[in-house]
Write a protein that binds this ligand. Sequence first.
Ligand code: THU
Length: 163
Amino acid sequence: MHKRIIETHVVVLQHDELTNEEIHLIEKAREQIFKAYAPYSKFAVGAAVLLENGEVFAGSNQENSAYPSGLCAERVAMFYANAQYPNVSVKKLAITAYTNGNFTEEPITPCGSCRQVLLETENRFEKNITVYLDGKTNVYRLDNVNQLLPLSFGKNSLNNSDI
Ligand code: THU
């Protein structure tokens, strides 16, 4: 028996360390906060996706009285982008959250279902997606979705399968 250590790398940035492209994407995610439909949680989330062709698609969380029928901001933005450009890879994704009249001090991190969807997109285009988790104090940068979802189940797990 032995232990295997799996590391996740997160780069913690201050806002003044971001490039203009990064600032623009985070701004697009922040704009979405005010379009969120979150009457139940009162927790608004915004996400913005930058495609390889330079286009940005953004979305917010959309809740439902039947709670599981709602959808997180990341998936709204990602599915929106992939539905418009099914053959264009995703370069960057920014996520931000707002509650009690303020953007959260520290970044929020995507739920498990969103991580799985982000991984699918990364695998689909065979291109790393840089993820920015925006907080008022710090921004976390992850250089690919694997950093969010180690030990994942992906399409490679299905290869050569037969029953
Ligand atoms: N939510 C997101 O949109 N993204 C996340 O990364 C975490 C949670 C939403 C789902 C729900 O509408 C609200 O935030 C509270 O969980």
